[in-house]
Design a protein around this ligand. Structure first.
Ligand code: GLC
Length: 627
């Protein structure tokens, strides 16, 4: 164990003083009633201290830097890129050869999709982990991982990795021990001798993968137990009511932090706490656990922040960024699922009224110590998280609008420009989720098939509008690998037995490096999208008003095809406008000026906007940041 200097010891104590009050009351409430609580508390403190002692010097320096710049992840310089290691670069060593490409795009954050050692065979894209302290051998070794982390750090690029909190693979050593009957490890999972309780729980549970993994429990005849398996059969839910699980995960978090991880993407957090008679999602205890985990990072590895993955309705999502007593103390980042869903919804209907209602009603203008991860596409499907109430507020039927969106993006709705695939059709609820790449859903695939250059042009404009939207809303915009070169759907997954059941693989294609090689000069959609996104990220960096802490205020606008919001910065308001239609639309200059926007300068194109008479004219799929 490395020895701490007196100064380092002192720093640890100061951070414990700072973040202890966020930690201990949560743990007291969760586990304080247990006899083993005092021993747990002591073990946790020892774990935090040991992790700090083991933290490499350069990371300790980074801790200090980020303590001094607590807004580092909210700054407009932040822009992320999300990729599968094998599909992007083959292996971790291969990633090292692609750093120039990332820098060229303007990326300052990378999320390497699940890279810890998964179970063999179908691993849910790596989310079924059998060893949290080892790297997937197909990608390389822990040394390779550390080399990538170091190389990224040298370029000022933060590294995000997945940490699955809700479940482990059934092949994980804990699960094996539990299956073998070890009582210590049985208590790490949720196991039942008969189906009485599982049946009772099922009454109020929802199904995540109704198609291929129906039900939330699995019976294993060889051990004579029912095991809680929310997702797939091979993913065993952890028992977070057991403090030993909390302790194990803290150890793993800090282990990864000390390997050079900057952002922990905490996967499937909504499901971590079970309560009879509920959906067992987003229970209050989940937020207590997440606050405690964040405090643990702030004590032993304060350079690290947490991204919470909870793909839920707006009202349920905000608490992951800290609401009420958790304000400023929970996730630093959470996915802005609603912004993503509303983007696709408005794009299909050419009508932004639902989007304006949802974004303007449910989201506060600012968050404390937190910001969103904004995105148009990710590795998962799109679920039409539009509530019946929100739909009704703008005169729509929720079920009808959701069905329309599925048909539109599957491509079957008459006149649809999109091409996608259905995912997890739920006969019981009528729910149909959608898979597809950004470009294919935006119309590029159909346009190219039809040899329709004008349609392809519109598709390019839609892709760029989406990226200009996520770059301006507030938060870290995440570009999903391949979207920056407009990759189309990959139908090859149907021929792979471990993927064929899961249409999400349609939008997880391999990187097309040949297309990428021509990005600076070609006139192809791929190259034009690349240059467009690169430009958007560059202009974002040059626009201080897009800092995550600057309020975002949705503005109602007369034209139903336009989505508008203001970033009210102390140096002046920036009005962000997006035309969601194929038509030219007009807005009165007087209306823009009435909102307190100083100039008619488009900060995105960096050109003045010439009014047409008393109006501003917005071409199809225009995006402007007026300031
Ligand atoms: C998250 C991941 C998803 C995975 C699930 C179960 O939602 O994004 O891909 O299937 O967790 O781990």
């Amino acid at each position: 164990m490395p020895r701490l200097t007196a100064a380092e010891e002192d720093i640890f104590q100061l951070r414990l003083e700072r973040s202890g009050p966020d930690l201990w009351p949560m743990l007291e409430a969760l586990y304080g009633h247990r006899e083993d609580y005092p021993a747990f508390r002591e073990a946790l403190l020892a774990e935090l201290h040991a992790a700090w002692a083991a933290r490499p010097a350069d990371l300790k320096r980074l801790d200090l830097r980020r303590d001094l710049q607590p807004d580092w992840f909210q700054r407009p310089e932040m822009a992320g890129y999300v990729f599968y290691i094998d599909r992007f670069a083959g292996t971790l060593k291969g990633v090292l050869d692609r750093l120039d490409y990332l820098a060229d795009l303007g990326v300052s954050y990378v999320h390497m999709m699940p890279c810890l050692k998964p179970r063999p065979g179908d691993s849910d894209g790596g989310y079924s982990v059998m060893d949290y302290r080892a790297i997937n051998p197909a990608y390389g070794t822990m040394r390779d991982f550390e080399a990538v982390a170091r190389a990224l750090r040298a370029r000022g690029i933060s590294l995000c990795v997945d940490l699955v909190l809700n479940h482990t693979a059934k092949e994980h050593a804990w699960a094996r021990a539990a299956a073998a009957g070890d009582p210590r490890y049985r208590d790490y999972y949720l196991m039942f001798d008969d189906d009485r309780l599982p049946k009772e729980y099922e009454r109020t549970l929802v199904e995540v993968f109704p198609d291929n993994a129906p039900g939330n429990f699995t019976f294993y005849p060889e051990i004579g137990k029912w095991v809680w398996t929310t997702f797939n059969e091979h993913q065993w839910d952890l028992n977070w009511a057991n403090p030993a699980v909390f302790l194990e995960i803290v150890g793993i978090m800090l282990f990864l932090a000390n390997k050079g991880v900057d952002v922990l993407r905490l996967d499937a957090v909504a499901f971590m706490w079970k309560r009879m008679g509920t959906r067992c999602q987003s229970e209050p205890e989940v937020h207590m656990i997440l606050q405690a985990l964040r405090a643990a990072s702030r004590i032993a590895a304060p350079a690290v922040i947490h991204l919470e993955e909870a793909i839920v309705s707006p009202a349920e999502m905000l608490p992951y960024l800290g609401r009420g007593m958790h304000d400023g103390k929970e996730g630093n980042l959470a996915y802005h699922n609603s912004l993503m869903v509303q983007f696709w919804s408005a794009l299909a209907s050419r009508d932004t009224r639902l989007m304006t209602h949802v974004m303007g009603t449910h989201f506060p203008p600012v968050l404390t110590n937190a910001t969103y991860a904004t995105y148009v596409r990710c590795h998962d499907d799109i679920g039409w998280a539009v509530t019946d109430e929100d739909a009704a507020a703008v005169g729509l039927s929720g079920p009808a609008h959701r069905a329309f969106l599925s048909e539109f993006y599957e491509g079957s709705f008459p006149g649809s420009f999109a091409k996608g695939a259905l995912f997890q059709v739920n006969e019981a609820t009528g729910d149909k989720r959608i898979s597809g790449t950004c470009a294919s859903l935006c119309g590029l695939e159909k346009a190219l098939e039809a040899g329709d250059a004008a349609a392809a042009e519109l598709a390019v404009q839609r892709i760029l509008m989406g990226h200009a939207l996520i770059a301006a809303w507030g938060g870290i915009p995440l570009v999903y690998m391949g979207d920056e070169i407009a990759l189309l759907n990959d139908y090859g997954y149907r021929d792979r037995p471990d993927h064929a059941h899961d249409s999400r693989w349609i939008h997880r294609p391999a990187m097309d490096w040949e297309a990428a090689a021509t990005r600076h000069e070609a006139d192809t959609p791929a190259a034009r999208v690349f240059r467009g996104i690169r430009h958007i990220l560059a202009r974002r960096r040059a626009t201080p008003a897009l800092h995550g802490a600057v309020p975002t205020e949705v503005v109602r606008c007369e034209a139903p095809g336009i989505f508008a919001f203001l970033r009210r910065s102390p140096t002046g308001a920036v009005l962000c406008l997006f035309n969601f239609s194929e038509s030219w639309l007009h807005l009165p200059v007087a209306w823009v000026q009435g909102l307190g926007v100083a100039g008619l300068h488009d900060l995105l194109s960096d050109r003045p906007v010439e009014p047409h008479g008393s109006n501003i004219a917005l071409p199809p799929y225009a995006r402007v940041w007026l300031g």
